[in-house]
Design a protein around this ligand. Structure first.
Ligand SMILES: NC(=O)c1ccc[n+]([C@@H]2O[C@H](COP(=O)([O-])OP(=O)(O)OC[C@H]3O[C@@H](n4cnc5c(N)ncnc54)[C@H](OP(=O)(O)O)[C@@H]3O)[C@@H](O)[C@H]2O)c1
Length: 315
């Protein structure tokens, strides 16, 4: 039996017995899934609010990790027991059969829970920084600064000499340095920039928050819009775009990765793997629930809080 979670009625999911994958042949790899988090993108997909259409007859789950169970005769660099992270969706299930090219291998001894949370947010942060146009010596401002994406932006920016100005909607005990979002944000952001030009802004909130972030930018700056946590359309003073020469650019991981091509994607995941090996992540986990209690896990993930809710896919 290959227990799997598929899309259900809007806002819900259904548990199903997916077909048990056949033995791998050629360049295929059979993976026994270990853990899969509930990512905000999964909640959007369940609620029918995701930016892209997803198939209704395939398991959900943007992220996950598992152990190699068997490999086809053309796979020379993986062995049973190796920890891998699928690059394609469909991780809320017990087993997956995937082409070798759709898997990222993690170093021996790497934590499988941490591995399950690395598919979406590190490449998102990496590509947001790349597309934002920031250069060493610049400052960048980001809202939703308590989020996992924001954590990775801080991690990668620290290696590029980019000062990050964090913005939160309410005080966070672990982020006393962060600015509270509000009407005088631009003034406080400039004071926090240490004299550096605030060349870019990362906005995952939208609504009026977009206008407040945009007002912090140096002339010619770029605002990358990549989330809609407020659920509201963006509101920006138009003079910021005409007189200030600002640009607002939408970002989604899927097309950004597609534009990299297979080689560029491989290079990016190689770079990310090196950074995990040098500095292993320790992202917080809020709860671990078996796939059989999927609705309970989803209800928990809908309530804001620190750390991901993970599915244990081995039970
Ligand atoms: N476009 C893409 O390809 C892409 C890829 C990855 C992620 N994303 C988006 O990036 C965002 C962050 O993802 P994540 O996985 O890092 O999130 P996360 O770890 O689950 O954190 C969400 C954060 O957003 C904050 N938040 C929630 N609602 C808010 C609101 N109305 N106003 C201001 N802040 C709010 C929360 O603040 P509190 O701590 O105060 O509750 C929390 O810190 C999400 O919107 C996600 O959809 C987009």
């Amino acid at each position: 039996m290959n227990c799997a979670v598929l899309p259900g009625e809007k806002g819900h999911v259904r548990l199903a017995d997916a077909p048990v994958p056949s033995s791998p042949s050629g360049n295929e790899v059979l993976v026994g899934m270990a853990y899969a988090p509930i990512n905000p993108a999964d909640l959007l997909a369940i609620d029918g609010r995701y930016s892209f259409d997803l198939p209704h007859d395939q398991p959900l789950g943007a992220e996950g990790a598992g152990w190699v169970e068997a490999v086809g005769d053309a796979v020379a660099d993986l062995r049973p027991g190796d920890l891998v992270m699928p690059l394609s969706r469909g991780n809320w299930c017990a087993q997956r059969l995937l082409p070798r090219a759709h898997l990222m291998a993690l170093p021996a001894g790497f934590d499988s829970m941490q591995a399950s949370m690395l598919r979406i947010n590190p490449p998102t942060a990496h590509l947001l920084l790349r597309h934002s146009g920031v250069r060493p010596g610049d400052a960048l401002i980001q809202n939703g600064a308590g989020s996992v994406v924001a954590h990775w932006v801080r991690t990668f920016a620290a290696r590029m000499d980019i000062r990050i100005i964090d913005v939160v909607r309410r005080p966070h005990s672990a982020m006393s340095h962060a600015l509270l979002d509000g009407d005088d944000l631009a003034e406080r952001a400039r004071a926090a920039s240490g004299g550096r030009p605030i060349r870019a802004a990362l906005d995952c909130v939208a609504g009026t928050a977009t206008g407040r972030l945009a007002s912090c930018l140096a002339p010619g700056g770029r605002l990358m819009l990549f989330g809609h946590l407020s659920g509201e359309p963006i509101q920006v003073r138009s003079q910021l775009l005409t007189g200030g020469g600002l640009s607002i650019v939408g970002f989604s991981l899927r097309p950004a990765e597609a534009a990299l091509g297979a080689e560029g994607l491989h290079a990016m995941f190689g770079e990310l793997a090196e950074s995990y090996a040098a500095d292993p992540p320790s992202l917080p986990v809020r709860a671990i629930v078996p796939l059989s209690r999927v609705e309970e896990g989803i209800a928990l993930a809908r309530v804001g809080g620190s750390g991901r809710v993970l599915f244990d896919l081995t039970q």
